[in-house]
Structures are given as structure tokens and as C-alpha cells.
Design a protein. Structure first.
Length: 317
């Protein structure tokens, strides 16, 4: 629906990764600092040492027995006993190939995938991917290293693109993940969640066994329609077309009401499944979005530990 030409995108996987390493990963390295462990903590931990509590330490790791004995707050330090296994569940269906500006939801998903996979892989963790188009298309087993990241990006760029489909059904993608992932893993479901109903329960089931993050792709035009007069709107997956009059205020108001109901339903589904949500918009800065997510994870971690610091430790902030 955009009339402005898009900036040509690099198609080769190594070009994409090199660009993001220079423009995104370098910025994140300077801004994430200690939040890397908050974002990606391994599933196996060994106690390494005890030390005095410091500002911004996670209160979940306070050793209360030692604290009571020494009358000084102490925290336990851990090291990962084994590497982290992470999986990217990539919804690359027709509705993702849309953007009202120069960035599509698909290119946003690709860039997020590249950044996240590189962050994980360069720290020795293994990354796998499941690709969904009209159906589950491929499974790439979890491996470590830069080559694995390049192979995931190459698959995104060269995958077959079906002309039409009966519509996205995320149940197939989530079901495939449940079958493939034997060990507890960190799972990112990258999708716009424009799907047939019924995916909320499989998402909750997956979250019972794994740590799941919903990465929701959005575009400003999906939230609010501007006054552009008569338009032909086409379903990106089924090809169905319909004329709409965006000059009609009542139509725009009904559209916003439908969007509001859908937003509420999505919030409820994510909350009931117990998953964190990272919102990625095509008009957003990827670094800012990841930093917001890091802050969310940090605050969620503290709340899970009991809603914040105990009263007698409040003065230490």
C-alpha cells in the first residue's frame, strides 16, 4: 500500500549479517552491558561463588542463610553448566510480506533473527530454526557458530514462496516445535500472529516445557487507517480483494474497534500462556526494541523474585 520506493535490501546472507554486525550488534554491545545474562540464561547452572550484594543484583540469588549469619546481604554466583539451546520459530507466511514504508515485516523478522542468532552463537550457544510458509517447510537443527547464522539467513532469502494459501495456521508451527525440541530451550516465536484461531493453547503447552518469547511483528497501517480515499485491499495469503472507502470516518472507526478487540485478545492469549512479548514494528528501531525487551526481562525477573527488594535492603539502592 506504500507509494514510496523501498531501499534495495541485500540478498546475500553474509551481506545482511555484516551490515547488522556493524550497525546493530556494535550498538548493542555498548548498551546491553550486563543485561546479556538476563536475556539469555542457560538452563543448567552450577554454584560458583558467594559475594556481597551489589546494586542491581538479582534478588533471587540472595543467600538468606549466609546473609542472616553475617548480617550482610550475600548473593550466589552461578556459571552455566551447559550451553543454551535456542530455537527460532519463523512465521514467513504471506501476511508477513507487508510494509507500509520502506521496511517489511519479513525484513524486520530477518534482521531480528540475524541479531539474536549472532548474539547467541558467538557466546557458544546453539541456535535452531523452524520455517513456516504455507505450512512447516523446514527444520534446521540447533548448532553453534557463525556459519549456522548464515545458513538460517540463506534459508529465509531463498525459501519457496507459495502464490496463495488457505491462510496461516500457527498450530502447525507450534506443534512441530513441540515435537522437535526434546530438551528445555529458549524459544522465540517470530510472527505477526495473523492466524486462524486455536494457536493459544499450543503456545501455552509449549511454554509449560520451554521458556517462550512471542516476537510480534506489526506495521502502523495495521493499527490505524489514514484517510486515503477509495482503496483496493488484498489479502496477502488468499488473494481476496475488497474495495474500501477510507474517507468514511465510520469505516475507520469500525476498523480501529476491530483492531482494539484483536489487541485485547492477543494480550489475554499471551498472558494466559505465560510468555513474554517483544513488539517489533516496521517503523521502530531494532536496537531500541531489544533494549526495551531487556528492561522488561530485568523487571520481570525481579518481580518473580518477590516484587522487588526486601524493605531492609531498600536503602542499598
Amino acid at each position: 500500500m506504500s507509494t514510496s520506493p523501498r531501499t534495495p535490501e541485500p540478498r546475500r546472507a553474509d551481506e545482511v549479517l555484516r551490515r547488522l554486525e556493524w550497525t546493530v550488534l556494535r550498538r548493542l554491545d555498548g548498551l546491553l552491558q550486563g543485561d546479556y545474562r538476563t536475556l539469555f540464561r542457560g538452563t543448567g547452572l552450577d554454584l560458583a561463588d558467594l559475594r556481597e550484594y551489589q546494586h542491581d543484583d538479582d534478588v533471587r540469588y540472595i543467600d538468606w542463610n549466609v546473609t542472616a549469619r553475617l548480617q550482610t546481604p550475600y548473593v550466589r554466583e552461578y556459571v552455566e553448566a551447559r550451553e543454551l539451546a535456542a530455537w527460532l520459530l519463523l512465521d514467513l507466511s504471506g501476511s508477513v510480506d507487508f510494509g507500509s514504508g520502506q521496511v517489511t515485516k519479513e525484513s524486520l523478522a530477518r534482521d531480528f533473527t540475524a541479531v539474536l542468532a549472532r548474539l547467541l552463537a558467538r557466546n557458544g550457544n546453539r541456535v535452531g530454526a523452524i520455517f513456516y510458509g504455507a505450512d512447516v517447510e523446514a527444520v534446521m537443527p540447533a548448532r553453534s557458530g557463525r556459519l549456522q547464522v548464515l545458513q538460517i539467513l540463506h534459508r529465509i532469502a531463498t525459501r519457496p514462496r507459495p502464490a496463495r494459501s488457505a491462510g496461516t495456521d500457527l498450530r502447525a508451527l507450534l506443534g512441530a516445535a513441540h515435537e522437535v525440541m526434546a530438551r528445555r530451550s529458549l524459544v522465540f516465536v517470530v510472527s505477526d500472529f495473523l492466524s486462524k484461531p486455536g494457536w493459544a493453547q499450543p503456545l501455552a503447552r509449549l511454554a509449560q516445557r520451554h521458556e517462550v518469547v512471542a516476537v510480534r511483528l506489526t506495521d502502523p497501517l495495521e493499527r490505524s487507517l489514514p484517510d486515503l480515499g477509495l482503496l483496493v485491499m488484498q489479502d496477502a495469503e488468499t488473494g481476496e480483494q475488497v474495495f474500501v472507502d477510507t474517507h468514511d470516518r465510520a469505516f475507520r472507526r469500525r476498523f480501529e474497534q476491530v483492531v482494539a478487540r484483536r489487541e485485547e485478545a492477543l494480550r489475554e492469549a499471551f498472558a494466559e500462556a505465560g510468555v513474554d512479548v517483544l513488539e517489533l514494528s516496521t517503523d521502530d528501531d531494532l536496537v531500541d526494541a531489544i533494549l526495551r525487551f531487556a528492561d522488561l526481562r530485568k523487571r520481570r525477573s525481579r518481580l518473580a523474585a518477590g516484587g522487588g527488594l526486601p524493605a531492609h535492603l531498600g536503602a542499598m539502592r
